[in-house]
Design a protein around this ligand. Sequence first.
Ligand SMILES: Cc1ncc(COP(=O)(O)O)c(C=O)c1O
Length: 424
Amino acid sequence: MTATPNTDRLAVERDRWVAAPVIGRPFFVERAEGARIWDVDGREFLDFVGGIGVANHGHGNPEVVAAIKEQLDSYLHQCFSLHSYEPYIDVCRLLCECHPGDFEKKAFLANSGAEAVENAVKIARYFTKRDGIICLDNAFHGRTLLTMTLTAKMVYKQGMGPFAPAIHRATGPYPFRGVTSDDAIDDLHRMFKNQVDPSEVAAIIYEPVQGEGGFMPMPDDYPMRLQEIAAEHGILIIADEVQAGMGRTGTPSAAEHYGVSPDLMTWAKSMGGGMPISGVSGRADVMDSVHKGGIGGTYGGNPLSCAAAKVAITQVLDPNFQDSAKALGARMRSRLDSLAENSNLIGEVRGLGPMLGIELVDADGVPNGAAAAAVVAEAFDKGLILMGAGVDGNVIRVLVPLVATEADIEEGMQILEQCLENAS
Ligand SMILES: Cc1ncc(COP(=O)(O)O)c(C=O)c1O
């Protein structure tokens, strides 16, 4: 590993001149492969973030790249609202295969996670003829006006209201902080009495494993209880699988771990193997209910992205891919558990399969965002790309490409261990 602290001030200044400020790091990527990134200054980084969960298949996955090249020679943009093309249909079929549940399904393609969520909400409202949407504490569903409203963390919305109407936030389970599944379900019933009548609710949206909100898997019983309550009131369930789906937890969907079959599911990130594409899959009767023209868009399901997604989703559906993702998750989990035994900073290791996070706390158990920021910064200087999560910024998330080698994992874990020691 050749990483040293950034010295290319010119590159950083170039960024400042023309790019609107997002959070970005001071390095410029030259190439990336598997779980590694090299920058224009010749430094090598181990990537435990994967472009925020987009690189489950590894950077530059050869099969994905080959499919894109082949599609390039046939045609580029077409617009599915105008005429059909096979790659779009193939991806819809594969998304439906990823969607658990013994019922007929259909799918719709868009460009980003937020756009998928927006469309799922539109479809749910149209089908139910209701407008209320219930979302959870610590949720992240995107940055457009509607999805920003569904998102919990204030940093993503402060100063950007007014927000979309008819959105209601329920208590989300957070066992480490004492909020149990029972508490969350009780709060839902309280909401139905005090805030919104269930007959006015179109859908409940939740992430089976909350991502940005702190890498929090829902408690085992919660998704099924939610599904049963929703069914009782004619409310649809939307499972947002944008970050947790596509093999991230070892299976095509995270919902699968809970034995539930959501009415609608949203997909993006690793679905495209690095290309921008998203989708909504769902019950055929729900998807078919929308009038022609009600959903669509110019670029949704772009042929190049579909060519990439067809390969990426096919890989995720392969039992060998799933087995090796689960093995990687188990290996990382045991490494993180042993780090936690020796570190007073780690309050909890949690996750599902290879979607793992550690929550950092101070001596009193209070969220320690400063320590998480210090670990992420020092890890970067040592050549390991990490990222925080959680409403208090005190969770370090691991979204390492699922093709990472044992050596990659070991090297990353050693850097993480050192950084945790130094931050203690
Ligand atoms: C669960 C979830 N939903 C939706 C989104 C929004 O996706 P996008 O950034 O592609 O709009 C994200 C992004 O991180 C996400 O994690």
